[in-house]
Design a protein around this ligand. Structure first.
Ligand code: TMP
Ligand code: ZN
Length: 405
């Protein structure tokens, strides 16, 4: 029997994506034979409403000394998190003993702001290579997983925090109960926690099933996140929607009863009810939409191949692994994938082994079509790929029932 990781209710999958590699595990040719796969099935808990990937790989397999995701590769993203930092400093940092902690601080994209301003801060991240990049920018970083034990250690060594940040992190962590308990330990009585993650409502509305992969083992909603953290004495008091990563929700939490819920929060809860996010039939509809999206992408790529068109991929994202493997695509369908991240270049996409190349190679090859796996960065990428567009290059958006732009 399978049980919910948050509340231990028994759960059953509503969709099975088949055998999946780890989304960020770009492979060298020499390691093809030892690649790790797991069965990706997804369920929604009938009690706490948490959407979760049922079986996930051991965290040490995902977050390690050669983690391939560096948050600061996107200029838009850097600006977005610098703005968040500035806002938090203005609204929530105490004057007497300011202290900011970030869970999953990656390469220091957000904490850099506090480091530059000389504000006491600490990042926590288990992947030593991204943590080294943060330290090189002057961002203090503890290389570890955040949990109850780490939280207590931080309190003992540095005191409690005004602000706890966790962006694009809370979907990565299997033991949310330990994180939530740790957050409650770490926050001052007046402290706040801010989280930001891909939002369940967007995933459903956009048929963006590529949000799901091993590292994205939860896709949160106001309802489910409130339930998970509510078990540990924290509550959501405000939310803010944005379009990053294809649609994210920012959640503000505090110790229960210390903050007044905003009208925005109430409105979002109403929207979730209308969207049916806690109802099983919503997920049946979503499953059928995923299947239709897969058929359409496979058909389109088959037709383009018949017509002699050259198709590449753009953005060797972790989420591309879900699309490529669920749709059964390979180097015959997509010749190569262009990506700016040096650690990915020269390697092969997980599972399907499509070569990852540099943007220079992408420009030299001038393909006719590019599957935009980084579809969430469309505006930024389209703006800088005007030469590709002028040559008649077209983007294929692999979500939202597949679109050609
Ligand atoms: P993300 O969608 O998870 O942020 O991942 C973006 C990936 O796409 C990352 O591997 C970097 C890559 N990328 C490019 O190759 N070119 C670009 O212009 C951008 C914005 C991202
Ligand atoms: Zn549950």
């Amino acid at each position: 029997m399978t049980t919910c990781r948050i509340c231990a209710t028994s759960i059953a999958p509503f969709i099975d994506f088949g055998e999946m590699p780890i989304g960020n595990a770009f492979v060298a040719r020499a390691d093809f034979d030892t690649e790790y796969f797991y069965r990706m099935r997804v369920a929604v808990c009938g009690t706490c409403a948490t959407l979760q990937v049922i079986d996930v790989p051991d965290p040490d397999r995902m977050f390690h000394d050669h983690y391939a995701y560096f948050a600061s590769t996107s200029a838009f993203m850097s600006r977005h998190f610098q703005e968040l930092a500035k806002d938090l400093e203005g609204r929530y940092l105490s004057k007497e003993s300011p202290f900011v902690v970030e869970i999953g601080s990656n390469d220091g994209i957000t904490l850099q702001y506090f480091a530059n301003a000389g504000i006491p801060h600490l990042g926590v991240d288990p992947s030593s290579n991204v943590a080294a990049a943060a330290r090189a920018k002057g961002v203090k970083t503890l290389i570890d997983f955040f949990n109850e034990r780490t939280a207590q250690r931080i309190v003992d060594e540095h005191g409690k925090a005004d602000v706890l940040i966790a962006t694009n992190t809370m979907h990565h962590i299997e033991d949310i109960n330990s994180v939530a308990a740790g957050a409650a330990t770490l926050l001052k009585p007046s402290g706040i926690m801010v989280q930001e993650d891909p939002y369940l409502g967007d995933m459903i509305e956009k048929t963006a099933y590529d949000q799901l992969y091993a590292e994205h083992m939860y896709i949160w909603s106001v309802n489910s996140l409130g339930n998970a953290f509510g078990r540990h004495g924290l509550e959501i008091f405000d939310v803010e929607k944005n379009d990053f990563h294809g649609g994210c929700m920012r959640y503000f939490l505090c110790h229960a009863g210390t903050c007044a819920p905003t009208r925005r929060l109430e409105a979002q809860r109403e929207k979730e009810k209308k969207l049916g996010l806690a109802e099983p039939k919503t997920y049946e509809t979503f499953r059928r939409a995923c299947e239709t999206s897969r058929e359409r992408l496979v058909e389109l790529l088959r037709r383009l191949k018949r017509d002699g068109k050259r198709v590449a991929g753009y953005g060797a994202t972790a989420k591309s692994a879900t699309i490529i493997n669920y749709c059964g695509l390979g180097p015959d369908d997509i010749k190569f994938i262009s990506d700016t991240t040096p650690i990915k270049q020269g390697k092969f996409s997980p599972g399907a082994h499509i070569p990852v190349v540099t943007p220079d190679q992408f420009h030299e090859e001038h393909p006719d079509y590019a599957v935009l796996f980084a579809w969430n960065h469309l505006a930024e990428i389209d703006a800088k790929e005007q030469a590709f567009r002028r040559n008649g290059g077209k983007w294929i958006i692999p979500v939202r029932m597949v679109e050609v732009l």
